[in-house]
Write a protein that binds this ligand. Sequence first.
Ligand code: MN
Length: 242
Amino acid sequence: MRILIANDDGIYSPGLRALADVARRFGQVRIVAPDVEQSSMGHAITHSRPLMIRPTSIGDHEAFRVNGTPADCVTVGVAEWGKVDAVLSGINLGANLGNSVWHSGTLAAAKQAPLLGLRGIALSTPVKGDQPDFGALVPWVVRVLELLLVKDGPQLVNVNFPAEPRGIRWTRQSVRHYDGKVVPGQDPRGRPHFWITTVALEAPEEGTDRWAVEQGWVSLTPLRLDLTDEEALARARREASD
Ligand code: MN
């Protein structure tokens, strides 16, 4: 099995190295990742300038850094490697739950896979203070990849690991409201600037990704690319035919 590894934290992230080290148990691994951090860039692609792909030393993995977005890395990586069976993105330094799915670069790299007809898996874990203990997560990453790669899971899955997992749960995406708080400040020259923060206003619904990670479960959310609101479509068509 050929496994392409990407992320949005950049090619030198310890989370990417941890994922590649585990993934090689399941097949042939190649890393193609952004040369600098691309977190929260969403599914942006680069079309107004050429992309460079440069060999890079990441342990003894075959690795390439790209001056582009997470989705660019997957597109270029798959085109250059030819046959790829699965794209793994992460392990992101920071959870990607609920609302984050919309702007996450980690998710975008995974989402690019089904757009190319491939399996895509995004993997993330929260960061509190120090770097996550990736060593402690290894057995859980193995279990998840057995479920999703070996047992032929859904084509696109968003995986989030709590710091100390107690099991695995299949979940749905939590979509709650956020306060969209903008925190003002000043730069050293006295010019005003602003930080965008996202704090969820409501507690997560049971059975959702946010709920699961808060309860200590590894959350697996199958996603789809079709955003069509089926109910609204059916209603609009009924009314149009009246
Ligand atoms: Mn990130």
